[in-house]
Ligand binder design. Structure first.
Ligand code: KG4
Ligand code: ZN
Length: 342
């Protein structure tokens, strides 16, 4: 992409509403500083349903997004007229939720007469590590969240080769579904992460789908079924061992495929992103293995792994500073971009 001059002032307001979090952040593209970082979670609203209810999520965003943006501006100690551009998640995600953020962003851009840019949520997860680290291209990016498990070879900004993805459940979805089955609560990832510390991760030999196959596809639904079968047969007396062994199976597959791709591509840089990248065992094992194999590993702080708007503002700025912005007919796109891109 040609380097052009930015068509805006460097303070970017990031807006994220692709799922159940409404987030806003002010990022300064010149000083590379996050001035504010506000995330309003709806977990308490969705907990009783054991998962995100799309219709409720968008209605909540309608109420909270203006307050979240207000807070982000206050935390950054700026007024709205100082914002130079708006970056907003417009793909992929829950359509109703995406539309709230996108409509708000368009309204602000129109009123303030500043540019706005639509950002791909998955690309933003893969870019979050740049907020804290200087990372050279190319690199391998593993994006693991509640809705996605994707492995990319990233050649440069926006130049992605999708090397593999899940054929069924996303890694975070598997954590959430197993926790729901075991009545541990929602979202399941952090709860299982915590409970696993008390368990023996070698106790049960759960399936690690495709771990030794040459391709880079994932599958977690068989693992989820194996956990439910195990508990139906053996009861719940060793729950900590069950979840620790389940978590180990997920971590081992993610680790094996990511490191193999890095070695195969002779690309000694790996970047993680997405809510599952908060997982303490994944962080620990990935760090150990990458150190052993001489691979540089970049994992964002947990606050930047899960859904947030700083990653949206940062990613948006990368395009804005190259002269790209979107027109008001930009739409929300609920599905993943075609395989050739993201
Ligand atoms: O990236 P994210 O905040 O939202 C999506 O884009 O989906 O990811 C949320 C997912 C949930 O499935 C949640 O259970 C999982 O990330 N998660 C974790 C941990 N923290 C969040 N999974 C495993 N271990 C964790 N510590
Ligand atoms: Zn996400």
């Amino acid at each position: 992409m040609p380097l052009e001059s930015p068509n805006c002032k460097p303070l970017v307001l990031g807006i994220e509403t692709s799922c159940d979090e409404a987030a806003a952040s002010v990022y300064d593209g010149i000083s590379h500083k996050i001035h504010s970082h506000i995330v309003a979670s709806q977990i308490d609203v969705h907990r009783m349903y054991g998962g995100v209810v799309p219709e409720i999520a968008s209605r909540e965003h309608l109420k909270t997004l203006p307050l979240v943006i207000d807070k982000a501006l206050k935390q950054a100690s700026i007024c709205i007229s100082q914002i130079g551009a708006v970056a907003v998640t417009n793909r992929p995600g829950l359509i109703g939720s995406l539309l709230i953020g996108l409509s708000y962003a368009k309204g602000l851009a129109y009123q303030l007469d500043i540019p706005f840019v639509g950002v791909d949520h998955i690309e933003a997860h893969s870019m979050a590590a740049h907020l804290e680290h200087h990372i050279n291209y190319p690199y391998i990016a593993l994006v693991v969240s509640g809705g996605h498990t994707q492995l990319y070879y990233v050649e440069s900004l926006g130049e992605f080769q999708l090397m593999g993805k899940t054929l069924d459940d996303a890694a975070g979805e598997a954590f959430d579904k197993v926790a729901k089955f075991l009545k541990l609560g929602f979202p399941g990832g952090p709860i299982i992460d915590q409970l696993s510390r008390e368990g023996n991760r070698q106790a049960i030999n759960f399936p690690k789908s495709f771990i030794n196959e040459d391709h880079f596809q994932f599958s977690f639904s068989g693992l989820k079924t194996a956990v439910t079968r195990y508990v139906q047969c053996h009861g719940e007396s060793n729950l900590a061992d069950v979840v620790a062994s389940f978590q180990e199976a997920i971590v081992d597959v993610l680790l094996a495929k990511t490191v193999r791709l890095s070695l195969q591509k002779k690309c000694p840089r790996v970047v993680l992103g997405g809510g599952v990248a908060c997982n303490s065992r994944l962080r620990e094992k990935m760090t150990q293995e990458c150190t052993k194999k001489d691979i540089q590993l970049f994992i964002p702080s947990p606050l930047l792994c899960s859904d947030n708007a700083a990653m949206i503002a940062y990613t948006g700025w990368q395009y804005l500073k190259r002269g790209k912005s979107d027109s008001f007919d930009l739409n929300a796109v609920p599905v993943l971009a075609p395989d050739s891109y993201l």
